[in-house]
Design a protein around this ligand. Structure first.
Ligand SMILES: Nc1nc2c(ncn2[C@@H]2O[C@H](COP(=O)(O)OP(=O)(O)O)[C@@H](O)[C@H]2O)c(=O)[nH]1
Ligand SMILES: [Mg+2]
Length: 237
């Protein structure tokens, strides 16, 4: 069993070393940092970590237009070129606690093609979020569920684990959105491809260091994408 954990970074200098240490503390895990030319030097720091953990931590330095969706796509392609059995995704900002990784991987090993670390399943929760973010996330998830018809409760969660065979069935060339919308789109494609999707509860803790990259355009795209997907697939009648 081997798991490759994809960690996209943009200005996560203070957080990355802590996350990397905790992920690599699990046996049979490897890390791929996908850095978007962070101005704060996260990419160089990741190179140092790679030198300290040869064979276990690698860095993909992106150039050109930055974006979370683009970074995940590059990460997926790189991951499928390795022989990892499980391909996980998690944020670098310590909102996703690496202690939950084995639970996600176990659920994938038990047969789920895509396992989502869910804040909205029994036992899952969010810590240290201001009321407006809690309301926004709750609203967004309900909205997306209604528009797309998908049964997933936490579709905007970026803490995930794929069974390699499941990820290999996603038509990556069809994914075009970024930010949260990317997560919605890839989940929609997973459901369309008939993949088994499971959710396991996680505790999400708001970052203590660095800043969120959530922006107005990211939010707008999240509102539009569910309609684009639903209409293109004839789910709206
Ligand atoms: N490579 C890359 N990573 C990004 C980008 N935007 C955000 N991230 C990373 O994605 C993760 C989640 O981003 P964050 O801003 O914390 O989003 P939030 O948790 O929804 O507020 C973090 O690890 C960020 O460093 C980007 O444009 N490119
Ligand atoms: Mg965050």
């Amino acid at each position: 069993m081997s798991a490759l954990v994809l960690v996209p970074t943009y200005n996560e200098r203070d957080n990355l070393p802590i996350v990397a240490k905790a992920v690599l503390a699990h046996a049979a895990t490897q890390l791929l940092v996908i850095d978007d030319g962070s101005p704060d030097g996260t990419g160089q720091l990741a190179d140092q970590l790679a030198a300290e953990h040869p064979g276990r931590l690698r860095v993909l330095h992106r150039t050109g237009q930055r974006g979370l969706g683009r970074s995940y796509l590059d990460g997926f392609r790189a991951a499928l070129a390795t022989d990892a059995d499980y391909i996980c995704q998690m944020d670098a900002d310590l909102s996703h606690d690496p202690q939950f990784l084995p639970r996600l991987i176990d659920a994938a090993a038990a047969g789920a093609d895509l396992v989502i670390g869910s804040r909205y399943r029994d036992g899952g929760r969010i810590e240290n979020w201001p009321l407006h973010r809690t309301m926004l996330s709750g609203f967004a998830n309900n909205y997306i569920r209604i528009v797309t018809g998908l049964g997933v409760r936490d579709i905007t969660s970026g803490f995930r684990c794929w069974r390699r065979e499941g990820l290999a069935r996603i038509p990556l060339e069809r994914l075009s959105s970024d930010g949260y919308a990317f997560l919605v789109e890839v989940t929609f494609q997973a459901a369309t491809a008939g993949l088994a999707i499971a959710e396991v509860p996680i505790v999400f803790v708001e970052r203590r260091q660095g800043a969120s990259k959530l922006s107005g355009s990211v939010l707008l795209e999240s509102l539009v994408t569910p309609w684009r997907l639903a209409l293109a697939h004839g789910r709206v009648r």
